[in-house]
Design a protein around this ligand. Structure first.
Ligand code: COA
Length: 320
């Protein structure tokens, strides 16, 4: 048995923030952001928390799949920006949607969260432990963004995407996941602390820091490498892949990956222009967009691929 995606749902905050909006308070401009990243606008949460977005996406995914919340065996939520340290956002989503029979927990794999959640669910499916799963990537990155740092604040957006998985004969063909903790410092966010009464250390506000060029170099090497590995070990030729659904971090990263793979840009759909980098939510957001445009047909072979802080990465070969 393998995991098959039977429904996708997404939810983004109402508020649209354009590049011009950002240029009002940080030294940047629309031309720079568009040409260096492909981003035109992003959604930023005014009031919606990660759980609210995640539950919204979950409800839509369940409706698309025709699955009742009580049928879920497991909920795995990938996030780096949970609303609370505990309980997990997955447990909050469980309560919000009424998935009384599911076990629920969060995982921390940054932008690879959706792919890692898929991998964990797959292991449960293969072992026969569970048969119906909800995986979610949900983020409010805006709350850990340093809004005075123009090299990071223009890149990210908030949002959530969810997929209902069912045990099936076909679906997820194979996947690969990896981590390199030695590169942890190139993209990081330390915890917030109120200080330490023993040492007298004061409070610290944990905000995201990033070495953009190091992340860029890592991504343009790792994304094609993991996809090539996946295709090779399954004896699949690139011509047999209908679409490459890549984590939406930067249009130029997607273009560089396409070039290294020797594949045409038509096979690399994008939503980065509208949402920016929504971290673990970007892949389901893109899949949902493709479904809305009727781009995916039964039997299509697609590859999904993500990378993020950790550093972490993963790719999966799916038969739609
Ligand atoms: N607006 C205007 N100028 C900016 C800017 C902004 N928002 N951000 C940076 N710059 C400036 C820099 O200060 C620098 O100026 P200088 O030459 O005077 O020093 C110049 O633009 C070039 O900066 P550089 O960092 O070389 O740009 P870049 O082409 O590497 O693009 C990123 C920067 C961040 C867009 C790019 O490195 C990137 O996308 N990296 C990957 C990040 C990522 O994907 N993170 C999430 C992973 S999940």
């Amino acid at each position: 048995m393998t995991a098959k995606i039977v429904g996708i749902g997404t939810c983004v905050p109402e508020t649209v923030v354009t590049n011009d909006d950002l240029a009002k308070f940080v030294d940047t401009d629309d031309g720079w952001i568009r040409s260096r990243t492909g981003i035109r606008e992003r959604r930023i949460s005014k009031k919606e928390g990660t759980c609210e977005l995640a539950a919204g996406a979950a409800r839509r995914a369940l409706a698309a799949a025709g699955v009742k919340p009580e049928e879920l065996d497991i909920i795995i939520l990938g996030t780096s920006t949970p609303d609370r340290n505990f309980p997990s956002d997955a447990c909050s989503v469980q309560a919000a949607i009424g998935a009384a029979n599911a076990v629920a927990f969060d995982i921390s794999a940054a932008c690879s969260g959706f792919i890692f959640a898929l991998g964990i669910a797959q292991a449960f499916f293969q072992s026969g432990v569970y048969r119906t799963a909800l995986i979610i990537g949900a983020e409010t990155v805006s709350k850990v963004t340093d809004w005075s740092d123009r090299s990071t604040c223009v890149l990210f957006g908030d949002g959530a995407g969810a997929a209902v998985l069912k045990a099936d004969e076909r679906g997820l063909v194979d996947m690969t996941m990896g981590s390199d903790g030695t590169k942890g410092d190139i993209l990081a966010c330390t915890s917030r602390t109120l200080g330490n009464f023993l040492t007298g250390a004061g409070p610290k506000l944990g905000l995201m820091t990033m070495d953009g060029q190091a992340v860029f170099r890592f991504a343009v090497r790792k994304v094609p490498e993991s996809i090539e590995l996946l295709l090779e070990r399954n004896g699949i030729k690139k011509e047999e892949i209908r679409y490459y659904v890549l984590h939406q971090a930067n249009e130029r990263i997607v273009e560089a990956a396409a070039k290294r793979l020797g594949e045409p840009m038509e096979k690399f759909p994008m939503t980065i222009d509208r949402y920016g980098n929504t971290s673990s939510a970007s892949i389901p957001l893109l899949l949902d967009d493709m479904i809305g445009k009727d781009m995916l047909k039964t039997g299509d072979r697609i590859v999904i691929s993500g990378f993020g802080a950790g550093m972490t990465w993963g790719a999966a070969l799916l038969e739609w």
